[in-house]
Design a protein around this ligand. Sequence first.
Ligand code: GDP
Length: 205
Amino acid sequence: MRILRARVLGAFLDPDACPHAHPGIAFTGRSNVGKSSLVNRFANQAIARTSKTPGRTRQLVYFELESDRTPPFYLIDLPGYGYAAGPEKERRTFARAARDLLADPDRRAALFQLVDVSVPWQDSDLEMLSWLLEDTVPFALAFTKCDRVNRSAPARKLSELRKLLPWREDVDVIATSSKDNEGIVALRKWAQGTLTAPQGETTIE
Ligand code: GDP
């Protein structure tokens, strides 16, 4: 799938105000995981800010993407679901907006959970993955910054994960590097699979 166009729609918090016309592919992960860099690579345009604006880190940032193989869809930058910082009230409001989004299959098609391959497993990543493993949100685990480690590191990190969590072997794992442009085609292909699969089926060939 090629991305033909990408544009920023804005940052939203109120679930009713979020765009509803298309399904969304959400990207989430801890701050500094390399999400903005990966979103830019995925969209083939520097649409995500790599320098952060305060406040935006607790909103759902929507981009509208057009591709040659799927109907238009949203790329949703979901900053720190489960990791939100800031005042308690804002964190609660954000957590609710994120939960509402993920609970609504019409609004979210799937999610990429980003994990930095070059740092040890963090509790917040494990918490989010535990939740995803038990939930119905189709997701793939994307390791970021793979250029920083040797070739065997993603497999090693995954085998550590299998000891930490009841990992599901049906979940796809994609090794990426925004620096080297690694895994970007695989991310797009996976997203295409979820956007075009019949409801309830996310497997791609
Ligand atoms: P975000 O906070 O998750 O949006 O992360 P950013 O995309 O802003 O990246 C955080 C830091 O990691 C920046 O210093 C980036 O240059 C660096 N970074 C992001 N992606 C990669 C990557 O693929 N390889 C390397 N080596 N560094 C990266």
